[in-house]
Design a protein around this ligand. Structure first.
Ligand code: PRP
Ligand code: URA
Length: 215
């Protein structure tokens, strides 16, 4: 994770594999199949970093040589929450790292004129308030969608929330830092700016369309 111009809750990947894979994703000629696979792979790498603070306990294991007390995950309760629809592309990568995590879904779309986010669906595990929540979405642009998704989780009593995105715009990060100062933000890359349509530049285009092949 690199030093960056944001606050201490913002973590930006500085791994060459992530940079390389994101560059392939940014190429407009990358196929839907490759794009989808790369979303999942980069999601897996960011999850790996985001889970650095998972608590460990020890258990006794008998190796071929002796008995030893060895580290094992303390079994923290985690939920991954994709923002529909593009966030769905990240779920598989997160679950490859944390196979026992529960999955909640939050449906969100942006009004094409105002760019305002609207929640149209929310289905969470019953014990969501007790879980560490990892909201996932490939893009953090204006930050409106993530802001609304985090507020929705806070309404449900969640206090331990992380946000994982592949590409972020500075303005989106700043919005989340301002409105949700306790949320840890993990980004694959931070790009320059938004264009007049609210797209991240250079970005990778419409992530949902590229994952699902809808354009
Ligand atoms: C995209 C993206 C984020 C949102 C980011 O979703 O996946 O959810 O835009 O933009 P924001 O930070 O300005 O809110 P979109 O609304 O295009 O829906 P989709 O996932 O169905 O493609
Ligand atoms: N949503 C996307 O899918 N891409 C962007 O660049 C901005 C919002």
């Amino acid at each position: 994770m690199s030093q960056n111009q944001f606050g201490p809750k913002v973590h930006v990947m500085d791994h060459p594999l992530v940079a390389h894979k994101l560059t392939i994703m940014r190429d407009k000629n990358t196929s839907v199949k490759d794009f989808r696979e790369l979303v999942s792979e980069v999601g897996m790498f960011i999850t790996y970093e985001a889970m650095r603070d998972l608590p460990l306990t020890t258990k006794e294991v008998e190796t071929p040589l002796c008995k030893a007390m060895l580290p094992t995950l303390a079994g923290k309760k985690i939920a991954v929450v994709p923002i529909l629809r593009a966030g769905l592309g990240l779920v598989d990568g997160v679950l490859r790292m944390m196979p026992s995590a529960r999955v909640g879904h939050i449906g969100m779309y942006r009004d094409e004129e105002t760019l305002e986010p609207h929640v149209y669906f929310c289905k969470m595990p019953k014990d969501i308030a007790e879980r560490e929540v990892m909201i996932v979405d490939p893009m953090l642009a204006t930050g409106g969608s993530a802001d609304a998704a985090i507020s929705e989780m806070e309404k449900r009593g969640c206090t331990n929330i992380k946000l994982m995105v592949l590409v972020a715009a500075p303005v989106g990060i700043q919005l989340i830092e301002k409105n949700h100062p306790n949320v840890e933000i993990y980004c694959g890359a931070v790009d320059e700016c938004l264009n007049e349509h609210g797209y991240i530049v250079p970005g990778l285009g419409d992530a949902g369309d590229r994952i699902f092949g809808t354009k």
